[in-house]
Design a protein around this ligand. Structure first.
Ligand SMILES: Nc1nc2c(ncn2[C@@H]2O[C@H](COP(=O)(O)OP(=O)(O)O)[C@@H](O)[C@H]2O)c(=O)[nH]1
Ligand SMILES: [Mg+2]
Length: 389
């Protein structure tokens, strides 16, 4: 790829020059803030962007979101039957009708081109805004750009030694500072004994998709017996979607409309891992048709963990507001979804830290079961800061 260098007195000016030359889809390789380090009349600084003309994008992210539902594809039901009876095609292929590789990175897609470009431009902008301020102030501004502010930002810097002033060193410093504050929990699926995992969170956060991923992982990869009960009777098509997943995986599925029918379903399903899907609940929803507490009260023979499912792009304030609606039963951990859509992830981490909740799983796309990973400190840091170059 032929890169050219563009300069401007600030990021916007340099990017405008890139756009004028190569259009809005230009590929940005790097953005750097250059200064001679002097102030006043002797000072000289500019922003340099290395960019190339656009290349054909493999498959836009929107394609993943708008992929037809399995039921809509006429050929899928026979493919699905094949999957459940003989497993001649992988589960993921049967569930996700568009299964070709959507990104260059098959893991979680954190480094998808568009988000990387946005992050680079954001970093350069922050470098520019923070030039000439104390290293600590620069660090706080950087953290704010990643979605982390207030007490949590100060806590991250506290006791971590001298804050470096060079922007390139600062990012590494913040990465290790955040690493020592992050709490993750992994291996939730691998524990043994009768247990129940319920997902709670706002509508559209990815609860059903996450549970389908967990069900597939537990059943197909770990050989755990799984059952599902859905309390979501509100959303059109919700139980049909689950019936399809359940048929493909060969697992029992029930819908419960109240605590009594939940108890009956729970007694009937013979499985190690019971997954419970719930309807979305908005933070402003005062009307309580929320059945989960009553349903879980009756579960005596299983270890229970509630997972709060939060889109990674929520701000700290919105994520905290959501977490506050789920006090009873209290979540044990957070699942970060939609990492592939997020350019800042720090807000949700801040809210999780405020609620003393570890991160349990990361979801970087809608594909069942591929786009699911156990949370690890390094992968959470990659989601916040981008992968180290
Ligand atoms: N891009 C992306 N989409 C996701 C992810 N998780 C779920 N989705 C999509 O988000 C939409 C809502 O997900 P769903 O599981 O039904 O949300 P729920 O209302 O919380 O159960 C669906 O179109 C999913 O395919 C993810 O990690 N990334
Ligand atoms: Mg749902």
């Amino acid at each position: 790829m032929q890169y050219q260098t563009f300069r401007g007195s600030n990021v916007n000016e340099a990017l405008a020059a890139v756009r004028a030359a190569f259009g809005p889809e230009a590929v940005i390789d790097s953005t750097r803030y250059v200064t001679n380090g002097r102030r006043g009349a002797m000072g000289h600084s500019y922003v340099e962007v290395s960019a190339a003309p656009p290349v054909e994008v493999k498959a836009p992210f929107a394609a993943a979101l708008t992929a037809p539902m399995p039921a809509a594809a006429p050929a899928r039901s026979s493919a699905a039957r094949t999957a459940s009876s003989t497993r001649t095609i992988p589960f993921a292929q049967a569930v996700n009708p568009v299964h070709e590789e959507r990104r260059s990175d098959p893991s979680l897609g954190f480094d998808a081109g568009a988000i990387e470009q946005e992050l680079r431009a954001l970093r350069a902008l922050v470098d520019e805004l923070t030039a000439g301020r104390t290293p600590r102030d620069q660090a706080l501004t950087q953290l704010r750009a990643y979605g982390i502010e207030g007490d949590y930002a100060r806590q991250i810097l506290k006791g971590k030694g001298r804050t470096p002033s060079a922007p390139s060193e600062l990012r590494g410093f913040l990465r290790s500072a955040l690493a020592s504050e992050l709490k993750v929990v992994s291996g939730l699926l691998e524990t043994s004994g009768p247990r129940l995992l319920a997902c709670v969170g706002p509508t559209g956060a990815g609860k059903t998709t996450t549970l389908a991923k967990l069900a597939a992982r537990a059943r197909l990869d770990l050989g755990v017996s799984v059952g599902v009960i859905s309390l979501d009777t509100h959303r059109v098509g919700a139980s049909e979607q689950w019936k399809r997943y359940a048929r493909l995986l060969g697992i029992p599925f029930h819908v419960a409309t109240d605590a009594a029918s939940f108890a009956r379903a729970e007694a009937e399903i013979d499985c190690e891992l019971l997954l419970v899907d719930t309807p979305g609940r908005s933070p402003s929803d005062e009307t309580d048709s929320w059945m989960l507490p009553e349903c879980l009260e009756r579960v005596t023979e299983r270890e229970i963990a509630v997972l709060a499912v939060l889109p990674a792009w929520l701000t700290a304030r919105d994520a905290s507001r959501v977490l506050n609606t789920y006090k009873t039963p209290a979540p044990a951990a957070v699942v970060l979804t939609k990492l592939d859509e997020a350019s800042t992830v720090g807000g949700v981490l801040q809210a999780a830290a405020a609620g003393e909740l570890p991160i349990a799983f990361l979801c970087g796309g809608p594909r069942v079961p591929d786009d699911l990973a156990d949370a690890r400190v390094e992968s959470v840091l990659d989601a916040v800061f981008g992968k180290p170059s």
